[in-house]
Design a protein around this ligand. Structure first.
Ligand code: CU
Length: 125
């Protein structure tokens, strides 16, 4: 009894598709947050900047960090930058922040064009 009716060429096409899928999912990883300074929910004393480390190099034109104060207003008008020496790092220079809780929002576009984003908060004391 014949259980499978696939011709060998159909089978080959399916196999190569599966292989291509496996390769693309490992070769083109999204940029995920590894760590940040200040860390999420940290109590920071006069932080000079926000630095976030990612798993993948970022596209500077489309990646950014923004900071909002407790009322939701932007805490700085300075644009963030992708590190010139290590494109897996992004920085946002900070002005002198007053006490309070601040919300970080980040958008990371990897070199494969895939976009990830996230939020975390920290406290300035
Ligand atoms: Cu990706």
């Amino acid at each position: 009894m014949k259980l499978f009716d696939f011709s060998s060429s159909t089978l080959r096409a399916l196999m190569s598709g599966a292989v291509a899928l496996a390769i693309s999912s490992t070769a083109f990883a999204h940029a995920h947050l590894i760590s940040s300074v200040p860390a999420a929910n940290a109590e920071a004393i006069a932080p000079a900047d926000v630095t976030i480390h990612f798993t993948e190099p970022l596209e500077p034109a489309f990646s950014k960090i923004t900071l909002a104060d407790t009322s939701g207003k932007p805490a700085t008008s300075t644009a963030s930058t992708v590190d010139g020496a290590d494109a897996r790092e992004m920085h946002l220079a900070l002005p002198q922040l007053t006490r309070g809780r601040y919300a970080v929002h980040w958008v990371a576009v990897a070199t494969d064009g895939h976009r990830t984003q996230g939020d975390f908060a920290f406290d300035v004391k």
